[in-house]
Design a binder for this molecule. Sequence first.
Ligand code: TYM
Length: 333
Amino acid sequence: MEIKKKTIFSGIQPSGTLTLGNYLGALKNFTELQDEYNCYYCIVDMHTLTVRQDPEKLRERSYSLLALYLACGLDPDKNVLFVQSHVPCHAELSWILGCYTYMGELQRMTQFKDKSARHQDNINGGLFTYPVLMAADILLYQADMVPIGADQKQHLELARNLAERFNNIYGETFIVPEPFIRGGSARIMSLQEPSKKMSKSDANVNNFILLTDTRDDIVKKFKKAVTDSGSEVRYDENEKPGISNLMNIYGAVKNLTAAGVEKEFEGLRYGDFKKAVGEAVADVLAPVQDRYREFSEDRAFLDKVLKRNSEIAFEAASKTLKDVYEKVGFIVY
Ligand code: TYM
């Protein structure tokens, strides 16, 4: 008997060049899960509008993100790679779920608090209801599991609460999704200030590695990364946040545990370790960068993938939406 594959949903915003944090926290896991699961990987363009975007750049970045998905090894015949705005069900379910979300739940969201502090001139309604749209993304596809970095955990918790709340009122409608957050790589920190998350919106370019950085830049940025007092390569997030972050990165890239990294660098100095981390990251990114350039140039192929996959996504999403519409009392034909 064939066992039905479980479903995975995840998304990335096409809001700029991605960082090593996005790669290790999300993308790398996407590719590792593609064989075992039925996967939907979305380019969540609607989410980006919570912050002002240049329309032409946004369109380009959506194509670029698709090229990057492909360059990382996501097979477009095995995974549903699509753009959020191509499937209107996301906005429709978001409205419904918004009517079951409490203001207090949204006010508690740390990303809302952070982003409204950073964009004080544009604290818009979308920024506030962003997690509801994210819940709609996930619940529409009846996802069992959602691979994300640790910063998205609170949003996923809301999606779970909304699914349970709706199910309690109307009967089984949504699968309650589980987060898939992988140990050390779920929270890649800034290279200069390891108490902060690595983020592309950081003003200091030495804080982050972009997936498009050259080998030279990558090696240099790691050379400059802050380390801690002492000289041993030993994992200790409190005493040695800088070294522990580099160990998480090296471990993720080389598939090693912290103990494995400690063993490899026993007796070596910080300088040697930082050089090795830079080179390992550059080695992993080089083939991705080459394939990314090739896919980026083939716009006809990218359009073909998006058109075909948006139909597949629409079919799955509209089934859930129809069930929801019936349950809440809309006239459905
Ligand atoms: P976004 O676009 O900010 O980031 C995409 C993914 O990268 C992860 N990530 C990190 N992981 C480890 N270390 C870091 N420094 C780091 N920075 C980013 C994020 O956790 C995320 O998994 N709201 C989401 C997009 C979204 C979504 C969804 C995700 C919309 N709908 C449905 C999952 C399911 C976001 O802004 O991610």
